[in-house]
Design a protein around this ligand. Sequence first.
Ligand SMILES: [Fe+2]
Length: 384
Amino acid sequence: MACETFYLPTVIYQGIGCFEQLGKVAASHGRKALLACGRHALRRAGILPRALELLSAAGVGCALYDQVEGEPTLPMVSQGIALARDQGCDLAIGLGGGSAMDVAKAVAGLLPLAGSPAEYLAGRKVERPGLPFIAVPTTAGTGAEATKNAVLIDPQQGVKTSIRHDSWFARAALVDPALTLHAPRAVTAAAGGDALCQAIETYVSIGASPITDALCEDALRRIGRSLVRVCEDGSDLAARADMLYGSLMGGMALANARLGAVHGMAHPLGFRYNIPHGVICALLLPHVMAYNLPYATAKYARIAEILGVNTSGMAAEQAAEAAVQAVAEINRRIGIPATLRGFGVPREDWPAIIAESLPSGSLKANPRPMQAEDVQAVLEMAIG
Ligand SMILES: [Fe+2]
């Protein structure tokens, strides 16, 4: 007997200009918002000032936490919680990329709970819902606007992992492609590489279902035709829209079907060698695909087709290999390194990287079962 569930309680506002609804949407969920975002980019782009105007016009107070830089960390979450408690916030808004959304998501989820954020990242169960959380993505990559987990770094313990709860889905997500126009090329490439990776990993994951397959296929169609384009010309709004909707659909799918070995290995590698999440995911993707080939042949063959490879006359195995090549070619064109060679990943670190990868839920959802020797084999391939 099979019984898959698909759950997404988020109201998604979508379309160019839907950001203008922020005040109205926020007012329906609370009276004072903790707004988490980065330090400079959104201010310069005029997005943060407009968000503050929209909230104010709707009568929603705002406590601004604008210290989210780089990957999201526990100290950012603790600072956000302290500010939100001090200011009496009853709502959190994440405005930015995956980092800002995950910090806001964790602030909302953990604020009413006893215990420190570190305890929850170490495995303490989240037992009840937190504050409402609203997601406003300004990059196209993580799909965090549609997922129930926050990925965080604990600098003291030296770990990067996630806290999750069914109540942590955003109450509302404002998915406005115009907000992504300002993202610089490097950010666009890394985030887009993550979006491509998430759609492919979820498509072949052991938790995939007809619904997640449909989402992943359309995500791949959009990302496949627009990722290189958006890196070449960031002002192409149609391509930006493809990327943002592709990223959203990948997020909706992964929240229900889980990911794969790339994401299982990306957290320890990214944290140890300070590699942005999107870069390490995109870099590992063709290597993991090549390792998975015999376990996901039909779906990889379909990916080749979706990515525009002419597969007519090819055997499934050949078409599946062509998908690996197509992904490697996209990486080359958007400037993702092909191997780990330049990042200094010494062999003496491999046992720790392998040990940290193995407990990952993503790794367990990979179509090819992954034991220590399998993770090592992928590292051998990726090191170049
Ligand atoms: Fe990711």
